[in-house]
Design a protein around this ligand. Sequence first.
Ligand code: 5GP
Length: 193
Amino acid sequence: MKFVPTVVVGPSGVGKGTVISAVRAKYPQVWLSVSATTRQPRPGEAEGRNYYFVDESQFDTMAADGDLLEWATYQAHRYGTPCQPVFEMGRSGQCVLIEVEVAGAKQIKERLQRVRTVFITPPNWSILEERLRGRGTESDSVIEQRLATARREMAYQSSCDAVIVNHQVADAADQLVRFLGLAPVKGSTSPTE
Ligand code: 5GP
């Protein structure tokens, strides 16, 4: 059976993870790929839930062994999507989401015959900046680098199948639910209410 994973892409800080969490809170059958990364965990992040936190040599091995569907370097750290769970979940009929930055999305589109891409965009630039600073987890120089990368990444939205503006998480989540074609939850007027 051919499956069609959905790649969720957009600049760091735009709220991709928050929007996806809002969808999964209502639709636990939606499966989200857990990436491997060489960056350090942020406070509150857990191994195997947010990421698989690996060192450089473990990442090298995963990449060399062909265990990654895609991988990219982002702000001096590497991030990659383990292939096997994506294919297993896809084959078992799960709705598969993969959250990546733009270079990773391009690789997945090249590699898989069928994939759908959703770009999450901020309502405006100052909101993205506020969100990145508000997280309070990165230094000013890291935030500046992430903003510079985000400016370049914004151009990719025209290559995506859908663009969702993240004004309000609940509204953005509703739009993602509709894009995924998920049936409304019983007793709810709106998919994520
Ligand atoms: P963060 O350090 O904020 O968790 O992630 C930085 C960027 O890397 C975000 O845009 C995030 O979506 C992206 N990212 C997370 N996992 C992966 C992955 O497996 N592959 C790629 N290419 N990017 C990823």
